[in-house]
Design a binder for this molecule. Sequence first.
Ligand code: HEM
Length: 488
Amino acid sequence: LQKKRDTKKHPLPPGPPPLPFVGNVIGIDPDHPWLAYSRWGTEYGEIVYTRLFSQDIVIINSERVAHDLLDRRSHNYSTRPPGLVHLLGFFGHDYSSTFLPYSDKWKLHRRIFHEAFQLKAVSSFRPIQMRNARSLILNLLTSPEVYGTHLHTFSTSIIMSIMYDYTIAPVDDPFLALVERSLEIDVKVFRPEVAAVVTQFPILEKLPPWLPGASLVRDAIVQRTLVPMIVDMPFEHVKNNMASSKCLLIGAAGTAAPSVVSDALKRIPVKTQDKGEAAVLEKGIKESSATGYAAASGTTTSTLYIFLLAMVLYPEVQARAQAEIDSVIGETLERLPDWDDRASMPYINAIILETLRWFPVAPLGVAHATVNDDIYEGYYIPKGATVIPNAWFMARNPDKYPNPTRFIPERHMSKVTVEEPSTHSPASDDISFVFGFGRRICVGRHVADASLFAAVVNILTVFRLERAPGWNVGPDAEGVKWTAGLTT
Ligand code: HEM
């Protein structure tokens, strides 16, 4: 039954007419929901209401509305959809900072991330990022045919070093195997569209696992086994390192190499003598750090795939970027670029911004939800509504980005920051919407920005990327097959 509401005074935002019971489920390609949402954006405007079964969905199709609601009214728009939160619980995933409802637990996770990943702190990770970028170009030189694996190794090695000072084994790393299996399930399941179906048909969670069609239950069983290992294994690695370094040097509080986890653990005794509170803090550190891998690896890797695609499709952009690099480090390649060169490379910075814009790797961001009813520009937005920022459509706003399907770094040239690199932040640039909004904006955006610079500048310094013969993809990237989930 549809909820009874008095929407006479304030109508719901416009949207496609729903069918009885199912709402607007039909017509959404589950693998590319942003395409339907964007069509509705063209037809109905900046804010669209739709219903998936009984779940209210509000799609935000413009940065203007997203800033109004998700930033300026963030007190009401900073939680996650209850259906999604429930689904995560069913999968044993209720530790994930990304999907925690707005709560004290989320605030603690956010504080732990903020201490490590705020703009003025992230420069301490630069040696790790540059070292991994150098390994990346070496790996690409050795076996270019498995470039995807190398991009993935680059992203995962960085986040594991930063978080845990954990060095990933070149082959068959035991932690990586676990986490990749788990992420495969995550990206296909943790979406508002799936949550709406499961909320409507709770029986789906109760089916016997052997039944054909009970893949949700089977996946949940696998996840509930994997999750405790994923959360515990790298955390114990840090604790063991800290303990053994203490044994070696009695009295020195942890001489293990620094990492986000060891730094956060070292801060605990200073802050609290209370055992209960210390346990809560330790759990918060363990759970938030386990979120870091999932949040950082797929997004960074996918962005680098899109960068390679752009370079192959736009050789003139590549040539201009390489001319810029040559002008800074010299054509003889006596050295590779480094952080100090960044301020002299506005075109490289513009390429990074355009890569993030051209195909946002999280095309629908991560869904927010309302805590209370709201009225916005005369429209009624119900309590508990799932609120989806359609980054894909924002990136294709022709008023802001003329010819939006084309890769044109020049459009950012007047905006790229060229000051001292430690003050450079993509959030201050005009593509910050790809990192989300308000209190939930991506905590890793400054880390991501630096990793992308390290990879992009090193790749362009030593390689020329060319189209493989017979590969027929046009400048709008039509013909490219996208693997879609939470991230593409
Ligand atoms: C190109 C790379 C990246 C992109 C495009 C990206 C994008 C996003 C987006 C769209 C969100 C959701 C924001 C919202 O709810 O409005 C998010 C959240 C988050 N990201 Fe990123 N991200 C990237 C890299 C990273 C990295 C490297 C890290 C960690 C070091 C990270 C950690 C997180 C975390 C923990 C959250 C959850 C924040 C919360 O719910 O409070 N991300 N990211």
